[in-house]
Ligand binder design. Structure first.
Ligand code: AHR
Length: 329
């Protein structure tokens, strides 16, 4: 192409960007166009799972705070109401809008290959936060999240330490079916309780919601009544829903039925400090800052780690009472 034609193409490109108000695209290598440098905002499409739990609310807030205009981002936010097809559609819409980067908190592990390939073909880098996918890691730039298997293992270890040797009966409230959070927590918990004399009476999904936890626990109580010694809920919200069912059945949570959950959000920690829960394994929802750093680096064409794991802790009733007032979420 001669110089005059090149200049014409450049001018047309500038005009097209000006008229569409686009914050800049990416080239084939995932590097930033106008969005990556200077004072221009980086346009990011964030596909959130939904608003199923207190953890999710804290995660959404952390993402919105980190991806603010002040920090150099133009955030397009969508929550998919826990529906995988809707979330995939939203990612396609971000691709069509030509955003600079896409962040996904994937609802389930499977089903991502095609749309991740479409983003890659369009030269749009994808960063995963929170949950993982089964698709090849060549299809996304990076992931930041928690070690769900270790969380399940820590919960299982607490149950094993407390109940092994007494022949305890356990029920489990699982998270969203097919999500990495539910799958990995189940694996970790099972490995920690393997070989003990703890009997799993039942295990069903409550979809990470309070309503789900309440309904499934009501069913467990109808079926097994006071035979239940311990409940493992894959998140605080389902455990909180189960509290209502346990009280309505005339039993005392934390005493008649001991309860271990995962998340450590304010309501869960309050129930722990009050003696209604017995143990909580933390799942840190404050991933926004790290996700924003990754997006900036990837859009600038820098090398980033494929996986970043954020450390969790765990809490007894006494520890919860000590830290309750200082918890940020
Ligand atoms: O993926 C993290 C899990 O999703 C949290 O533990 C749960 O509360 C949320 O809905």
């Amino acid at each position: 192409m001669n110089r005059r034609i090149l200049a014409g193409v450049a001018l047309l490109g500038t005009l097209a960007l000006a008229t569409t108000g686009c914050a800049g695209g990416t080239d084939g290598g995932g590097n930033a166009g106008s969005g990556g440098g200077g004072d221009e905002l980086i346009t990011v499409g964030f596909a959130q799972t939904g608003s199923e739990s207190g953890w999710r609310a804290a995660n959404t807030e952390s993402m919105k705070e980190a991806f603010s205009e002040e920090n150099g981002f133009d955030l397009i936010f969508n929550a998919a109401d826990n529906k995988q097809e809707a979330q995939i559609q939203q990612v396609r819409s971000y691709i069509n809008q030509g955003v600079d980067a896409i962040v996904i908190a994937p609802i389930t592990v499977d089903g991502w290959d095609d749309v991740l390939k479409e983003a890659q073909d369009a030269g749009i880098p994808v960063i995963l936060e929170d949950r993982t996918v089964s698709a090849s890691d060549d299809l996304y730039a990076s992931w930041v999240g928690l070690d769900f298997e270790k969380e399940g293992e820590t919960a299982g270890q607490w149950v094993a330490d407390k109940f092994d040797g007494q022949g305890a009966n356990l029920v489990i409230l699982e998270g969203t079916t097919g999500s990495s959070a539910a799958l990995d927590r189940a694996t970790g918990f099972a490995s920690a309780t393997e070989g003990t004399d703890i009997t799993v009476l039942d295990s069903q999904t409550g979809d990470f919601t309070r309503d789900g936890g309440k309904k499934v626990m009501e069913g467990f109580l109808q079926k097994y009544g006071a035979d239940i010694d311990v409940l493992f809920a894959h998140n605080d919200d389902m455990g909180l829903g189960a509290l209502d069912a346990i009280k309505a059945a005339g039993l005392t949570p934390g005493t008649d039925i001991q309860i271990v959950t995962i998340d450590a959000v304010k309501d869960g920690m309050t129930a722990l400090a009050n003696g209604e829960f017995n143990f909580i394994v933390e799942c840190n929802p404050l991933l926004g800052e790290r996700a924003a750093e990754l997006v900036k680096a990837v859009v600038a064409g820098e090398e980033v780690d494929k996986r970043t794991i954020v450390e969790d802790q765990s809490f007894t009733q006494e520890q919860a009472a000590e830290v309750l007032d200082s918890r940020p979420y």
